[in-house]
Design a binder for this molecule. Structure first.
Ligand code: HDE
Length: 725
């Protein structure tokens, strides 16, 4: 398709000429109504005279407007904002010992998947980087039926029993009188509920950590959260927890970035997934399983059925058994991402539910919600929801039925026609695990679910000092936005159960005194940072409820991450006169590592370098350092102009403040020298702080050290208090 060319500067061709907007006719489909009638034009309604009233007879107008009027379906009551992609799952290690599920035993299969990521509290139009749990919902189209792992990026949940879910969500959603705040937990009703629901404390620690502001969907872990069962050919059951481990490692934003990105690019996460997949940088995760024999069910001092507890990886290791790759963007957001219907009840033979009371309740909720959201029990016939294996039963009719069932038999048992779908023989097909269940009917919590602080402490203890500091700051922020003093004070009581230094730090920011407050003079952020970090690092809680372990691996994002630069985005600061060679060399070296370089200039379009032009799509006005992982300043006379631009200097200081790698070659170093970053680095070992400066060199000399620095993610060993950016 081509657009007819005219002189683009001619005023006549701008708005008046509709032809300019039209594509050529060869490969266009004819415009028709939904009934297939060819339409001559749908740009003008049918009127009695050119200036006369519109006629009711205009069925083309009515159909178009009426369809538009009904375009929206109810947004999901939770997880409304989401983005998704297609891909496949392939097993690398058979779990035949534990399950009969083909998808978990046949390593030759490539099972198609559709994965939707989401935030929980915000509406469809809210920002991607809000502090929130992320949904991580995987639909596997297996040969034995759809298997959905409807999980989150946090391995535990706020509540232990599904019956509290409506209360939790009512509390976190915008308050009902004024619909404020959007996509935020920092308000009274949330903390009122939470502070009266101590079982949520472990999850609160996760949500206040940087896990709740991921760098990208590709750097998030996914968790099935509940304990499920795997059932093998001998009908033996093992408990299992499912994990998705990102190949790129687990990385997050820092709060200041998340807040700024929310304004600058509210689509940050969905855009980055879309663009990465379009560029061939696919998103990958390994499937991990923690497996526990039935006999060990009561071995721990936490209950394995309790969804507010993890199974510490140091006690029950995660085995990596397969890989999922997302490699194709949806063709249509509504038809696929919006209409996809995940259900915890979509499981396949060889997998079964545990008695986790949260999971049991979810098993009711998902089918029920699809009925009202998609409006018909036939939602399974939508292309995105259809199983890839044949399916047949005696369910019939209802809104929007697509299948044309033949014959007159829609019941069983039936002898007529012989077409009633046949049941599997006993023992084959899906069979619920025959666990013996016997007990009085009660509405009670099991005693084994009673510890609410042990694993919150385990999480706190397992954090690096900087991670603890971020948790402190998040709680300071959130609780300072709670107006009701009693609620704030009640929260402090819970925090004190987790760690006294944590509670004391938060207390200082909300004007309260805690026993232990004397240990620190000021709230973090204003105090001596190294001293604060040291104090937080030493602040360990002595008792936890996790098989006797005080800390466990798998929780801190500062340890065990692969050193990979792949998938990162680098800003290359340019202006006219930039060294073309520096840009070309850096772009090439970055591309070889799967890193994308973006030219940022004072204007979009062609930027004259010393040897040719480069195209800038980003400017200091339409982007800023928070949208990138690292910054490079090439040499050239461009630096003279950049030094004069406050936004260019801020770009560097802000990146430095956020711990991001910075590189400069040739004259580029002068720009760094002209910033507060340059002042702070004077006489310091810049490289050790992830800043690669080479005034005598070019892109070639700095790029390998730069890529190495990028693969370290962030440098937290910087003194950044002086930077106001
Ligand atoms: Fe959900 N949840 N949930 N949830 N959930 C929904 O289903 C519900 C819970 C999760 O991308 C809803 O189709 C109850 C835990 C994800 O389409 C709804 C309970 C976990 C998604 C629902 C929970 C999740 C949902 C809303 C308490 C992590 C988005 C729209 C027992 C393990 C799926 C919809 C997508 C969506 C109910 C708790 C994950 C209303 C009753 C725990 C990722 O059915």
């Amino acid at each position: 398709m081509s657009i007819p060319q005219k002189d683009p500067h001619s005023i006549e061709t701008t708005v008046k000429d509709e032809q300019l907007l039209a594509v050529t006719t060869e490969d266009r489909l004819p415009l028709t109504t939904n009934q297939g009638q060819r339409v001559s034009t749908d740009k003008y309604s049918l009127k009695a005279g050119k200036r006369g009233p519109t006629l009711l007879e205009d069925y083309i107008l009515r159909e178009k407007i009426q369809h538009f009027d009904h375009e929206r379906i109810p947004e999901r009551v939770v997880h409304a904002r989401g983005a998704a992609a297609h891909g496949y799952f392939q097993l690398t290690q058979s779990l035949e010992k534990y399950t009969t599920a083909q998808v978990l035993t046949d390593t030759s299969l490539k099972t198609p998947v559709f994965v939707r990521f989401s935030t929980v509290a915000g509406s469809r139009g809210s920002a991607d980087t809000a502090r929130d749990v992320r949904g991580f919902a995987v639909k596997m189209y297996t040969n034995e039926g759809n298997w959905d792992i409807v999980g989150n990026n946090i391995p535990v949940f706020f509540i232990q029993d599904a019956i509290k879910f409506p209360d939790l969500i009512h509390a976190v959603k915008p308050e009902p009188n004024n619909e404020i705040p959007q996509a935020s937990s920092a308000h009274d009703t949330f903390y009122d509920f939470i502070s009266l629901t101590p079982e949520s404390m472990h999850m609160i620690m996760w949500v206040m950590s940087d896990r709740a502001i991921p760098r990208s969907f590709s750097t998030m872990e996914g968790f099935g959260v509940h304990s499920f069962r795997l059932i093998n050919a001998q009908n033996e059951s093992h408990f299992v927890k499912f994990h998705w481990k990102p190949v790129l490692g687990v990385h997050s934003l820092v709060w200041d970035e998340a807040v700024k990105i929310a304004g600058q690019d509210p689509d940050f996460h969905r855009r980055s997934m879309w663009e990465s997949i379009e560029a061939g940088n696919f998103f990958e995760w390994e499937l991990g399983v923690q497996i526990l024999p039935e006999a060990d069910e009561e071995k721990f001092d936490f209950d394995v059925l309790d969804a507010t507890k993890i199974w510490p990886e140091d006690l029950i290791p995660v085995q990596r058994v397969g890989k999922m790759t997302l490699n194709r963007n949806p063709d249509n957001y509504f038809s696929e991402t919006e209409q996809v219907a995940f259900m915890t009840t979509n499981i396949v033979p060889g997998i079964d539910f545990s008695n986790d009371p949260l999971l049991q309740g979810r098993n009711f909720s998902y089918l029920d919600t699809q009925l009202s959201r998609l409006g018909t029990p036939n939602f399974h016939e939508l292309p995105i929801n259809r199983p890839v294996c044949p399916f047949s039963n005696n369910q019939r009719d209802a809104h929007m039925r697509h299948t044309i069932n033949k014959g007159r038999v829609a019941y069983t048992p039936a002898s007529l026609d012989g077409h009633s779908p046949e049941e599997e023989r006993p023992g084959s097909g899906f069979n619920s695990y025959g666990q013996v269940v016997n007990g009085p009917k009660v509405r009670e919590r099991a005693e084994s679910f009673n510890d609410h602080y042990g694993q919150a402490r385990l999480f706190w203890n397992s954090m690096a000092p900087i991670e603890k500091e971020h948790i402190v700051k998040a709680l300071q922020f959130e609780l300072s936005k709670v107006d009701t003093r009693e609620v704030r004070v009640r929260m402090l009581g819970h925090l004190a159960q987790i760690n006294d230094v944590l509670a004391a730090q938060v207390a200082l920011a909300i004007g309260e005194k805690m026993p232990g407050s004397q240990k620190t003079e000021q709230p973090s952020g204003t105090s001596d940072v190294p001293a604060l970090l040291e104090m937080l690092g030493n602040a360990e809680s002595p008792t936890t409820a996790s098989g006797g372990v005080l800390k466990t691996s798998g929780l801190s994002m500062m340890e065990g991450q692969p050193k990979l630069a792949k998938g990162r985005q680098v800003a290359i600061l340019t202006a006219p006169g930039v060294s073309s060679m520096c840009i070309e060399t850096m772009q090439k070296n970055l591309a070889e590592q799967g890193v994308a370089g973006f030219v940022v200039a004072p204007f979009i379009g062609d930027v004259e370098g010393d040897k040719g032009t480069v195209e800038a799509k980003k400017t200091f006005a339409n982007s800023s350092s928070v949208l990138f992982d690292a910054v490079y300043i090439p040499g050239g006379t461009s630096v003279q102009m950049l030094k004069q631009l406050p936004d260019a200097r801020k770009f560097i200081d802000e990146a430095f403040k956020h711990g991001k790698p910075i590189a400069a070659s040739g004259e580029g170093v002068q720009l760094v020298d002209a910033t507060m970053t340059g002042v702070l680095l004077k006489d310091a070992d810049a490289k050790a702080q992830g800043v690669i400066l080479d005034s005598a060199g070019n892109a070639k000399t700095v790029s390998s050290a730069f890529v190495e620095a990028i693969s370290s993610h962030r440098f937290n060993n910087r003194q950044v208090d002086m930077i106001q950016a």
